[in-house]
Design a protein around this ligand. Sequence first.
Ligand code: COA
Length: 191
Amino acid sequence: MTGKMPTPEIERAFDLALIIQAEHDLNASTFAARLTVSTLSDIYSAVVSAIGTLRGPLHGGANERVIEMLREIATKDKVIPYVEERLNRKEKIFGFGHRIYKKPDPRAEILKKQSKLFWDKEAPNHAVHDNLHEMAVMMEEYMLKTKNLYPNVDFYSGPLLHALGVPSPLFTPLFATCRSVGWIAHAIEQL
Ligand code: COA
């Protein structure tokens, strides 16, 4: 994807992102996979159903939307006005909230820590020269204060994958690639 051999730090961060996204119990796409095999359809069809469900912006499609949103905001001074405006229009902020986690999503905390490693100017892995991570942190603090909502797995996977050089149109396909491990395990269990 970048044309360069990854450093061990990049390789580790990428592995971590894949592992974190590989399985997460009975979420919407996993339910779709189980439903499909429950008709005795085949496992490929189960994965196709799951992909179609995952790509929605309220599910796995959210990580790509997070980066699009941060790019659209572009500067730190516009973060709060952007969030306020969306909330006033009763629109969702991608990457926040979860059906099950009403407290911090532990996956988001791990991804945030990894993401920070590539943004810190003093860190040996410093790789990116924009302020997307800082903007994400500002948004996180504001959402907690005003809506009591925590970031979910999609919020910091975007900034992390961006730091690793992954183009944003590949975020959701990458999520599908590793989540297929979980989908297939569930489909086998269902059968
Ligand atoms: N931005 C703004 N407000 C949000 C929000 C978000 N991301 N997520 C939830 N809310 C609000 C709801 O509007 C609702 O407000 P209300 O009580 O004034 O109507 C309140 O928080 C409770 O939310 P609810 O709709 O009950 O949450 P849910 O459990 O049904 O939905 C999600 C969970 C994930 C679908 C939802 O949080 C969401 O759409 N998040 C954004 C998309 C996303 O990041 N998806 C990836 C999930 S891993």
